[in-house]
Design a protein around this ligand. Structure first.
Ligand SMILES: O=C(O)c1ccccc1NCC(=O)[C@H](O)[C@H](O)COP(=O)(O)O
Length: 214
């Protein structure tokens, strides 16, 4: 079973190239200004045009309004819209209908009770991304916090849509995370950075090669 990898929060050509040449199947661009990984749409458009066929460009949004979605999608050739805010099923359906693009909805897991929402979201979203619930400390982002959740919560579970494991993954722990959860797709941001918002090509390569044997 090969595990597909999404490297999220890319903002520079050299680390984008490291992700793509290392075998990443998805590259993520963050369109959430408070994030240290936020990239301007014009820059993201240039980066997305470097992405080869077969690798999907994911645009990451947090409770975006239509004007912002139009602003970004008009400049960036995206394959997937990732919604990482409090978007409800109605808003997901609306965005899917308006932009005719697959939607991946983040489900934030703090405990077993949070899984119930996943089943409902899976009815309307095209894919799910399971991430850790943000820490309660002030200034925590909606995602990209480098925090893992209890992977055993996903062990043995089946979902009606494709899903991705995320949250606190690193080159050192990702193989174990895949073993415990059975994930066939994983996503990482902090774990391949040498400082917040700064991707490290060597860490990207290490993360990708740590899954090489799976
Ligand atoms: O990455 C961000 O800065 C970010 C900001 C706001 C909302 C979502 C964000 N990232 C979403 C992702 O898909 C991250 O890759 C995911 O949360 C995992 O992040 P990490 O735990 O740092 O690997």
């Amino acid at each position: 079973m090969s595990v597909a990898v999404k490297i999220c929060g890319l903002s520079e050509p050299d680390t984008l190239r490291a992700a793509v040449t290392g075998g990443a199947r998805y590259v993520g661009f963050v369109f959430y200004p408070p994030s240290p990984r936020a990239v301007a749409p014009a820059m993201a458009g240039e980066l997305a045009r470097l992405v080869p066929t077969g690798v999907r460009s994911v645009g990451l949004f947090v409770d975006p309004d239509d004007a912002f979605l139009e602003h970004v999608i008009g400049q960036v050739p995206l394959d997937v819209i990732q919604l990482h805010g409090s978007e409800d099923p109605r808003r997901i359906v609306e965005i899917k209908a308006r932009y005719r693009m697959p939607v991946m909805k983040a489900v934030k897991i703090g405990g077993p009770d949070d899984l119930a929402a996943a089943a409902e979201l899976a009815e309307v979203a095209d894919r799910l991304l399971f991430d850790a619930k943000p820490p309660s400390k002030t200034g925590a982002l909606p995602g990209g916090n480098g925090v893992a959740f209890d992977w055993t919560l996903l062990a043995g579970r089946r979902w009606s849509k494709p899903w991705m494991l995320s949250g606190g993954l690193t080159p050192e722990n990702v193989a174990e995370a895949v073993r415990v959860t059975g994930a066939t797709e994983v996503d990482v941001s902090s774990g391949v950075e040498d400082r917040p918002g700064h991707k490290d090509a060597a860490l990207i390569r290490a993360f990708l090669s740590s899954l090489g044997g799976l």
